[in-house]
Design a protein around this ligand. Structure first.
Ligand code: HEM
Length: 409
């Protein structure tokens, strides 16, 4: 068997870089993480063919990286110079002038505008808006007795919600949602990207003229004084960072409740809140499994290995959370998991993100009596990819209700 040359420094001989993009990894990531841990806390992986990286699989090691932005900066520009344009992970990893890909002092400035805007979200109004959108979506399929809850519910819900929270008028919302769907489906992605960018630019022009009580207006009004271009990139980030992980938290949460008898009994029996069931999922199988890229500026000696300069270091949030040496065993009621990241790039939306998923799932359970999974072959299948934990579909059956869902009380 080949061994990994250089790169991973002083690791014991390591069979070959694990491909985080193939079907075998997607089918059983926990098995891969257990195997990787045998080689240390920072192990060589491949993110796409010919794209090496180091995955951090230890909890303490992950915290050390996340809390040390001087040694572990986020700006990927040096790395991406040598990456082919058609590399499949480039669109997600390439530099954008938003708070996720920048370092101080720019990061603090951009993040301030984003967090101040998100801090204004009122929980009860958010719950109501999620409920309205969920009811509309459920009404679209409740008479059929079957649905794909990923395509028909979990995917559209966050997009519809975020275009509303950003203050988009209906016609603009449709264009933005279409642009996002085009990028996601990979159908004429360039045209979809252009439609999305143009739409967001129009939204910003509109909110400069006519500010409202929405996320876009709040970011524009922030004393940090975002330029139009900066505002455009923070809006795109909020939509992108909000849509994919949120849809996966909703779908994976429903999947957990439909496939774990214990979890379902505890929720139906009133012993476990949906929010706590989701927190369990955020410990064991978070929707953003591997992320938090950083690119050391020089070779870094790190816990018995060397992290090569300008090569991505990726935080294995899922592997770190389930690290047997961490406190994960004592996790009941404990939210010290890393599913929202940690340090200066900690997810600024963790409170609303959890509330959105909780409210959406409550509506589903309320509106679809007799909900059961209907996977062809009996088992869920997972979408390959190094970063997400995402179902390919969530087919279900339920008792048809022609009148649509009941209103949640
Ligand atoms: C289930 C849902 C979500 C999960 C699991 C999640 C997780 C994360 C994680 C792990 C990070 C850190 C990334 C890093 O270190 O590079 C992050 C950052 C971020 N998230 Fe979330 N997120 C979720 C939902 C959302 C939503 C709904 C929004 C927006 C409305 C959002 C906005 C952001 C932003 C702006 C950042 C970048 C912060 C910075 O770099 O300073 N996230 N998120």
């Amino acid at each position: 068997m080949d061994t990994v040359p250089g790169g991973a420094g002083h690791l014991p001989p390591y069979p070959e870089r694990v491909r985080l993009y193939d079907q075998a990894f997607a089918a059983d990531p926990a098995r891969t993480y257990a195997r990787l841990r045998e080689y240390g806390e920072a192990v060589p992986v491949e993110l796409a063919p010919g794209v090496p990286a180091t995955l951090i699989v230890g909890y303490e090691a992950a915290l050390q990286v996340l809390r040390d932005p001087m040694t572990f900066p986020k700006d990927p520009r040096e790395w991406q110079q040598d990456v082919p344009h058609d590399c499949p992970v480039l669109p997600l990893m390439m530099y954008r002038p938003n708070c996720m890909y920048t370092d101080d002092p720019l990061h603090t400035r951009l993040r301030r505008a984003v967090t101040h805007a998100l801090d204004h979200i009122d929980s009860s109004s958010l719950r109501e808006q999620v409920g309205d959108i969920a009811e509309e979506l459920i009404a679209g399929f409740s008479a059929a007795g079957e649905a794909d809850l990923l395509a028909d519910f979990a995917r559209p819900l966050p997009l519809l919600l975020f275009t509303r929270l950003l203050g988009c008028p209906p016609a603009l919302s449709e264009r933005l949602a279409r642009g996002f769907k085009g990028i996601f489906d990979g159908v004429d992605a360039e045209k979809a990207n252009a439609e999305l960018t143009q739409g967001v630019a129009e939204l910003i022009a509109l909110k400069r003229r006519l500010p409202g009580q929405d996320l876009t207006s709040r970011m524009l009004a922030d004393p940090v004084g975002l330029s139009d271009e900066e505002a455009l990139h923070q809006v795109l980030l909020l939509m992108g960072a909000g849509a994919e992980p949120e849809q996966n938290l909703i779908a994976n949460g429903v999947h957990l409740l439909l496939t774990s008898e214990k979890m379902a009994d505890d929720v139906w029996g009133g012993n476990l809140l949906i929010e706590d069931a989701l927190d369990e999922l955020l410990w064991t199988d978070p929707p953003i499994a591997n992320f938090g890229f950083t690119y050391p500026r020089r070779d870094v000696e790190f816990r018995g290995t060397v992290l090569p300069a300008h090569q991505p270091v990726v935080i294995g949030f899922s592997a770190a959370n389930t690290d047997p040496h961490s406190m994960a065993d004592a996790r009941v009621g404990n939210r010290a998991h890393l599913a929202w990241g940690a340090g200066s790039h900690l997810c600024p939306a963790k409170r609303p993100a959890l509330l959105i998923a909780t409210a959406a799932i409550e509506k589903l359970l309320d509106g679809l009596p007799g909900l059961t999974p209907a996977f062809p072959g009996g088992e869920a299948t997972w979408r390959p990819g190094p970063f997400h934990r995402a179902l390919t579909a969530l087919p279900v059956r339920f008792t048809p209700t022609a009148a649509g869902p009941r209103r949640h009380r």
